[in-house]
Write a protein of this length. Structure first.
Length: 151
């Protein structure tokens, strides 16, 4: 773009440009960096410590255990007029240990964690099946005890 900006005095623009050139000149920029260096380093250190303290909860990872009820999934298509039933799960709940941020784990309860067995296409009668645990978002499964259920 050539010429002065609308509404700007050409002299004030050239003065501003000159001030920027002077500020960027080597003799001024080195002096600006080292001027009040102790105060600048102290302010930088204070800002870093404040950030470290304020973000501590987000960095911390803890573990917490929950008693979780076991649900049964059965997608078997029964013969006409029949229904499939299941009863007597042993055990009825499992102990699940999750890891995650303290705030996230505090808001969880055992009924919000999914522990299930899939008996689809299993024959009628007793069974001993593995338990699948699906941890909620922002958490990781550490352990679940027991890992199988029978009925």
């Amino acid at each position: 773009m050539s010429g002065p900006l609308r509404g700007q005095d050409p002299n004030s623009l050239s003065q501003s440009a000159e001030a920027v050139r002077r500020w960027l000149a080597d003799q001024f920029s080195a002096g600006r960096l080292t001027q009040d260096l102790g105060a600048k380093l102290l302010a930088f250190l204070a800002a870093g410590l404040l950030w470290f303290y304020a973000s501590e909860d987000r960095r911390a990872i803890i573990e917490q255990s929950y008693d979780v009820p076991i649900s049964v999934r059965d997608d078997t298509t029964p013969a006409e007029g029949e229904t499939r039933a299941h009863s007597g799960l042993t055990p009825g709940t499992i102990k699940v240990t999750l890891s995650g941020r303290p705030g996230r784990l505090r808001e969880l309860t055992g009924d919000r964690i999914e522990a299930m067995i899939d008996i689809t296409d299993l024959p009628e009668g007793s069974f001993n099946e593995p338990i699948t645990v699906l941890p909620p978002g922002d958490t990781q499964l550490v352990s679940s005890t027991p890992d199988r259920v029978q009925a």
